[in-house]
Design a protein around this ligand. Structure first.
Ligand SMILES: CCCCCCCCCCCCCC(=O)SCCNC(=O)CCNC(=O)[C@H](O)C(C)(C)COP(=O)(O)OP(=O)(O)OC[C@H]1O[C@@H](n2cnc3c(N)ncnc32)[C@H](O)[C@@H]1OP(=O)(O)O
Length: 168
């Protein structure tokens, strides 16, 4: 399912070869094909996932049991200190993975009201990182989510807890 969709996309929107290989490994681990979350035309300019945003990150999200997963390979334009991914963009990845999951699950926008984030180890430019998000608890329209970014060597690059408000 994913590979057909991926191949149909223009090159700049496609997942790269490493990301596809890692996705296949995750599918093997879960013992099933992982479904990609459909894009939403209404939000085509979203910086993190929108296909129409020329400077966007063009993320692809996949449902995993009780959560969501995405891969990202930072390019030279995503760095802060030489060779190191910018922390603000790491925050974007975590914010997006948690918010997008809720948006898709609930069918209404989820606005980040708070995000607490810990940068644990650097993300190197050109490496492929795995981002995951899971729901922790909810009270009314307020939902607490957790997100994590894992480096290729298995170390945690960053982790976050966020509180999101679902639209009425
Ligand atoms: C593949 C998919 C494609 C589609 C992709 C689409 C894009 C998806 C992208 C998604 C990813 C990107 C996502 C983004 O980046 S969203 C963009 C960044 N975030 C925002 O812009 C949000 C800005 N803030 C607001 O709009 C409002 O403050 C919100 C809506 C959050 C609440 O305003 P509202 O007017 O409704 O409520 P209130 O302020 O009167 O508060 C009411 C009560 O709620 C409780 N409460 C409130 N906050 C917190 C808190 N932090 N912790 C604990 N409790 C909290 C508290 O009890 C409070 O009462 P009090 O104690 O104050 O009396």
């Amino acid at each position: 399912m994913e590979s057909i969709q991926n191949n149909m996309l223009p090159q700049h929107l496609q997942m790269n070869e490493t990301e596809r290989k890692l996705l296949a490994e995750e599918e093997k681990k879960y013992g099933t094909k992982l479904m990609e979350m459909p894009k939403d035309q209404k939000y085509g300019m979203c910086f993190a996932c929108g296909e129409e945003n020329p400077v966007g990150l063009h993320l692809h999200f996949f449902w995993i049991p009780n959560g969501v997963m995405a891969f990202f390979t930072p390019k030279p334009e995503h760095q802060s200190y030489n060779g190191r991914m910018h922390g603000g963009l790491i925050t974007v990845l975590l914010d997006e993975i948690m918010g997008n999951y809720l948006f898709k699950k609930e069918g209404v926008p989820a606005y980040t009201a708070r995000i607490d984030l810990r940068f644990r180890t650097p993300v190197q430019i050109g490496t492929t990182i795995r981002c995951e998000g899971h729901e922790v608890k909810r009270k009314g329209r307020l939902v607490v989510m957790e997100g994590v970014i894992i480096n290729p060597d298995g170390t945690v690059a960053a982790e976050a807890t966020s509180t999101l408000m679902l639209e009425k």
